[in-house]
Structure formats: structure tokens, C-alpha cells
Ligand binder design. Structure first.
Ligand SMILES: Cc1ncc(C[n+]2csc(CCOP(=O)(O)OP(=O)(O)O)c2C)c(N)n1
Ligand code: SF4
Length: 249
């Protein structure tokens, strides 16, 4: 019988620990597929974060380092210096990257570290029970904003791609979503491009992926996909925020 679907070679043969309907699993698949298709598997080292993807080192077959809160870009910098020819990526949630790890992210980006960040933005702290994150939307109900995020009190959400695109060290910044098949295809292309540019030593690359958290949003998996479309994408527009290869054309 013809094989029509196979799990990416670089994903370990073990069940993912994510909740039903969580798109962390889709994003893992896209990362593994991109690296495999580019023939970079043997050269790749990943950095796992805190948050629900803390056990990413169990799911990817790459050599992985576990980073403490927010420190993934700093660890990736060390790996880059130690392994000049390696492919280095971090996989981080919004709590990890845009709260405690903001400084590491901004400085790795401004130094132009030749690493790739896969930034999973689900507008909430998933693992710890659904508290407000720096990316939580205005009005969004969370454990710590039961009446909805009040920007007059809590401030505004951070738009990570827009912010990082202003930095000279950034080679590529794109925001994608995994709420529909066409968007998953675009996400796949973006992740592949980021790793391609890294393999060409072009500098810092980041792909922000709008992801779901049905558990802490209090929605079903299908409703969550609609929530990404109706609430997240209008606030976090999809698209390329920086691409030095396009600017050079
Ligand atoms: C210094 C410190 N701050 C915060 C925490 C708690 N903590 C661990 S994971 C996490 C949230 C992670 O959320 P995110 O990075 O958005 O990933 P998700 O779980 O949503 O995938 C928090 C707040 C901690 N253990 N220590
Ligand atoms: S808590 Fe949210 S982010 Fe974490 S695995 Fe469950 S659905 Fe995914």
C-alpha cells in the first residue's frame, strides 16, 4: 500500500504530552519536517524552554539542551560559539520568551546571532494554569485577569516580530499561524526559510507561530482555531516583518 503520511523522521516515537487540540504538536512536526527536508538533521541542536514544551527534548531526536526560564537565546548563543557549523534553534513560549527572557531575546537578536527562534505565541501562560502573559490580548480573560486584561492597569501586549524587526541583527522575522491548512502550509515555508537562512549564516531568524491553548482559554479544540482567526490574527497580523534577502533584491 502506498504510504500517504508518515511522522517526520526527526520526531521520536513517543506520545506528545500536550492537551487535545493544542497546536504545539503541529509546530513540532513543522520544525522536524523543515530540518529533515533541508538535510540538516545531523547538524542540529535544539534548546528546550520552560512551559508546556519543557519536554521538547523528549520529542525531537536532535541533541537538545534544557534552558532555565527565558535563557534559551543565551544558551543558543553559547552553542553557536561552540559549534560554528551547527544548526541551532530555540523553541519558546510567550511566557518564556516575552516575559523573563525578553532581554536574552533582544540582545541575541541585536547581536545578530546566527540562530533560529521558534516562538510559540498562545497569548497565555499554558503550563502554570493560564495566567496573563505579555502577549495576552486586551480584554482577554485569564486566571489573573478574570474580568479581561485591562490595558490601563496591565499595559499593552507585546508584538514581538514588529519589535525585533527594528533591530539590525535580525535577518528574518515572520509571523504565521497554524489554525488552518493554508496557514499551516505558510508556517511550514516560513520555518524552512528561517533554517535555510541560518544555514547560509545570514543572522538571527525568528518565526512567531500563533498557537492554541484550548485548556486555558476554556474552549474546545475547534473553537480555539476560530479564536486564533477572530481574535489573535487581527491583533497579531500574519506576514513577513523583516527579510534581508528580499531587501537585497
Ligand atoms: C522565575 C520563574 N518565573 C515563572 C515561573 C513559572 N513558569 C514556568 S513555565 C511558565 C509559563 C510558560 O508559559 P509559556 O512560555 O507561554 O509556554 P506555554 O506553557 O504556554 O507553552 C511559568 C510562568 C517559574 N517557574 N519561575
Ligand atoms: S496547557 Fe495549553 S499550551 Fe499547554 S499543552 Fe495544554 S493546551 Fe497546550
Amino acid at each position: 500500500m502506498a504510504i500517504v503520511y508518515q511522522k517526520p523522521r526527526d520526531l521520536a516515537d513517543m506520545p506528545l504530552s500536550y492537551c487535545p487540540g493544542c497546536t504545539h504538536g503541529v509546530i513540532h512536526k513543522l520544525v522536524a519536517q523543515a530540518i529533515d527536508e533541508l538535510g540538516l538533521s545531523g547538524d542540529t541542536v535544539g534548546v528546550a524552554p520552560v512551559g508546556c514544551s519543557v519536554m521538547a527534548y523528549n520529542f525531537f531526536k536532535y541533541d537538545m539542551v534544557q534552558a532555565p526560564h527565558g535563557r534559551a537565546p543565551a544558551i543558543a548563543t553559547g552553542l553557536r560559539r561552540a559549534l560554528p557549523e551547527g544548526i541551532i534553534f530555540t523553541y519558546q513560549g510567550d511566557g518564556d520568551l516575552a516575559a523573563i527572557g525578553t532581554a536574552e531575546t533582544v540582545h541575541a537578536a541585536t547581536r545578530g546571532e546566527n540562530i533560529t527562534i521558534i516562538f510559540v505565541n498562545n497569548c497565555i501562560y499554558g503550563m502554570t494554569g493560564g495566567q496573563m502573559a505579555p502577549t495576552t490580548l486586551p480584554g482577554q480573560v485569564t486566571q489573573t485577569t478574570p474580568y479581561g486584561r485591562d490595558v490601563a492597569y496591565s499595559g499593552h501586549p507585546i508584538r514581538v516580530c514588529e519589535m525585533l524587526a527594528t533591530l539590525d541583527g535580525v535577518a528574518y522575522a515572520e509571523r504565521v499561524a497554524v489554525n488552518s491548512i493554508p496557514n499551516i502550509r505558510k508556517a511550514q515555508a516560513a520555518i524552512k526559510k528561517a533554517f535555510t537562512l541560518q544555514s547560509q549564516k545570514k543572522g538571527f531568524t525568528i518565526v512567531e507561530v500563533l498557537s492554541t491553548c484550548p485548556t486555558n482559554w476554556g474552549l474546545t479544540p475547534v473553537e480555539s482555531l476560530g479564536w486564533v482567526k477572530d481574535n489573535m490574527i487581527p491583533h497579531y497580523p500574519l506576514g513577513v516583518y523583516k527579510d534581508i534577502t528580499k531587501e537585497a533584491e
